[in-house]
Design a protein around this ligand. Structure first.
Ligand code: UDX
Length: 433
């Protein structure tokens, strides 16, 4: 099929390349000329394992191209809208500028009967509003939320856990058939598919992210209790996780969640529920957010306490800046926030991250960045692990002890083996263990 993808950021670029590897012909459209030039040359504007390969294959096949010109997408049968919906500058709600602009750019070029498919995470009610505009242009609209995780984006797009189609009742069968053809490979392998209305499809996405955020803040709340009782939150998570109704995944306590999705999605959902007069239904999400942000400060306080509050001028190695491993994304990153807060207290912070340092440097030039882990560790009086990159998890405690000035480690992701580090002479502090 001939597809277009409006928006070539994280979601859109991955979606475009993945659709080509499923056999379709795809044109990616984005107003950012620099981004289009990069993608056209086969370069990925961000770190995502597996993306460079499928991008290069797509371009070489002649079935993947990128443009800034919406008119070039005119002959596509299906147009995906995968632009960002960042948090608004005033803090409340999602910024819908890019979604509105993409649909406005697309409308003059829609051929009769084309299907516009929204993938962005939007406030419930958006699809119904956009459907009116698209239908006036003689085309139709479906909402098909995306559940990809950074670091696994290619796999999550090609082999999703489930497919959700929000479609108009009047054209349900027709639209379902088109989306089934787009996702024929996943459908053939038995991927569960939910065909529903617009509002449900929009809500599935924010509900899923809210649930995941709640699960993380739940275990972090337990970490707070564990800290005052001497309990171990990791063992607690293992024990409750054996109950299949609870499940062990997303019960890792630490500095909490960040990234371009969970934090802004729970805030936008709260704002939307308030607009709908149902703020009380999701009032708990404010606590989810608060617990999450509290854990960052908790880690900073633990480091500061280890210096009896005299953190000024102390050399602190911060290992990790990305919001999670296998990503160079620093949006709302707890790791970067911890580094900045320690620096704000006057610590001599030296940070390291295998992929995210360039992005961090652009936003926080005041931090010092080490070119290697060894450089970060040399002479450190405290080591703070805040992103669980494999290379940090695999640090040898004995060798690391001889590199630092004071063997004191803070495990912001509960990712190190406390017994091994203590045996090598370290003072180990985890988060709630
Ligand atoms: C998330 C959703 O998982 C995905 O389905 C959705 O499409 C987009 O948002 P992503 O932002 O890539 O994906 O990251 P995810 O793997 O969910 O991690 C989010 C944050 O939670 C990270 O900062 C991670 O470190 C943190 N986290 C995750 C925890 O603190 N504890 C956990 O147990 C799991």
């Amino acid at each position: 099929m001939k597809l277009s993808v409006f928006g070539c950021g994280y979601l859109g670029a991955v979606h475009a390349a993945a659709m080509v590897s499923l056999g379709h012909e795809v044109i990616g459209v984005d107003p950012d000329a620099a981004k289009i030039a990069k993608l056209s040359a086969g370069e990925t504007p961000f770190f995502e394992p597996g993306l460079p390969e499928i991008l290069a294959e797509g371009i070489a096949s002649g079935r993947l191209s990128f443009t800034t010109d919406p008119a070039a997408a005119a002959d596509a049968d299906v147009h995906f809208v995968g632009v960002g919906t960042p948090q608004r500058k005033d803090g409340a709600g999602a910024d819908m500028t890019y979604v509105n602009q993409a649909v406005a750019d697309l409308i003059p070029h829609l051929k009769p009967g084309a299907l516009v498919v929204g993938k962005s995470t939007v406030p419930v009610g958006t699809a119904a509003r956009l459907a009116t505009l698209v239908e006036q242009a003689g085309a139709r609209l479906a909402w098909n939320p995306e559940f990809l995780r950074e670091g696994f984006a290619v796999k999550d797009t090609i082999e999703p856990d489930r497919l959700v189609y929000g479609v108009a009742e009047a054209t349900k069968d027709q639209d379902t058939e088109i989306l089934d053809s787009v996702y024929a490979t996943a459908i053939a392998s038995g991927t569960p598919r939910i065909v529903t209305d617009y509002a449900t499809a929009e809500l599935v996405k924010v509900a899923a992210n809210s649930f995941l955020a709640t699960k993380i803040s739940f275990i972090n709340a337990m970490a707070e209790i564990a800290e005052v009782t001497g309990a171990d939150v990791t063992q607690l998570a293992d024990a409750i996780g054996h109950d299949a109704r609870i499940g062990r995944r997303f019960l890792n306590a630490g500095v909490g969640f960040g990234g371009g999705c969970l934090p802004k999605d729970i805030r936008a959902f709260t704002a939307r529920a308030e607009e709908l007069g149902k703020g009380e239904s999701v009032a708990f999400l404010k606590q989810v957010d608060e617990i999450n942000l509290r854990r960052r400060q908790r880690l900073v306080d633990l480091v500061s306490d280890s210096f009896d509050g005299q953190v000024f001028g102390r050399r602190v190695a911060v290992l990790g800046l990305a919001f999670k491993p296998d990503s160079d994304d620093i949006r709302d990153s707890p790791a970067l926030d911890v580094a900045v807060r320690l620096k704000g207290l006057g610590a001599e912070v030296i940070s390291h991250d295998p992929e995210a340092m360039d992005n961090a440097r652009r936003v926080h030039p005041q931090l010092d960045y080490a070119t290697s882990v060894d450089e970060a560790l040399a002479g450190a009086e405290a080591v703070v692990v805040v992103t669980e990159w494999k290379q940090y998890r695999e640090l040898d405690p004995a060798a690391t002890a001889s590199a630092v000035a004071r063997p004191v480690v803070f495990d912001g992701r509960n990712t190190l083996d406390p017994a091994a580090w203590r045996a090598a002479g370290w003072t180990y502090t985890g988060m709630g263990r």
